[in-house]
Design a protein around this ligand. Sequence first.
Ligand code: AMP
Length: 417
Amino acid sequence: MSFSSLGLHQQLVTTITDLGYSEPTPIQSAAVPEILKGHDIMARAQTGTGKTAAFALPLIHNIQESYKIQTPSSSDESSPKHLQTLVLTPTRELAQQVFNSFEKYGKKTAIKNAIAYGGVSINPQLEALKNGIDILVATPGRLLDLIFREAINLSQIKQIVFDEADRMLDMGFITDINRILKVIPDDRQTLLFSATFDDAIFKLSKKLLTTPKLIEIDEKNTAASQVEQMVYAVDEDRKRELTSYLIGSKNWHQVLIFTRTKQGADALAKEMCKDGIKAQTIHGDKSQGAREKALADFKDKKVRALVATDVAARGLDIDQLKYVINYELPYIAEDYIHRIGRTGRAGNKGLAISLLSVGEEYLLEEVEAVLDARLPQQWLPGYEPDLTKQAPTSRKNSRTAQKNRRKNRAYGKKKPK
Ligand code: AMP
């Protein structure tokens, strides 16, 4: 299938061809025609599958069409701008990435995009809204702030996207979403994207969507299948040494490392720097400026390792990232899928290595249940675990662990085939 057969304006097809996209990804082939027809959609697609273009391209197309209807004799340049498209994302990093995509795909059009997220001054965002915009990409909290200040008019919204809706629910945004829905017209097109489908997402979809088209992309076609996954069993107190050894001995120049906590991220990056591997961190305790700088340095390969927590890393798009290390497996098994989805993007190959210490086996089992696949453990010569060590029972039986085990077991059973 080609991009021109999807029904998009030739101008958009030229832009994406210039970007080097030779053919649509499966989510794009499935979603673009449905969105162009005006349907609501509920799509299951992980990041790295091209899902941003899957909604951004038809939304830009629709806005251009709406200008033609309003002012048939004039170009869209002369049309007054009013906000008609809203994209909600769970994190500021994802908001930035989605905004960049709209700028990139719409660069040959006169469409104006704006972005709004918390953690930074609201003033430049207010300024950007003043002259009129077509598309706003926002996180829910900052959007509500703009609504309360009456800095934004949502009464003419025609299209709304919930990107990474599962993450929005995980992060507790449901109350914010409900508030936002109250000020948005019911007569609109709604697109919901989620990496996972579970009961909570279906419940949300009933509230948001009207007779949606359900789109589920075959897992075999998604980025995750391009990622080789390995698990090294290793003692907890040798994980740092092993991480530095892998990066150094294999001469990896860009490695994203995941820890469960902000403190763990800071401590690891500090120790790795002592090992001679330049590392920075990205997590919620850092200012937006510091997060952006760490990411830019990592993308420019000024630092070799970026140590991240799950929330901060959500939505990061690092072109051609090859290596992800799970220094610790996540408590929420679905986060594993999001983590490894940072690599293997847009058809590239990737490698995800998980370090597993005694006491973490139950987390691996939960990941395997979500993946519906076994991830065999290996030993790296010189880093074999000390088998005399016992699992710390306190963690195994912690209330959080039990809750997550129950949650993931339930998820595993309901996982769509
Ligand atoms: P996403 O899943 O939206 O985060 O996109 C992942 C990456 O794939 C981004 O770097 C996009 O620029 C790239 N991409 C999106 N669509 C295509 C395509 N049809 N061909 C090649 N690359 C693409």
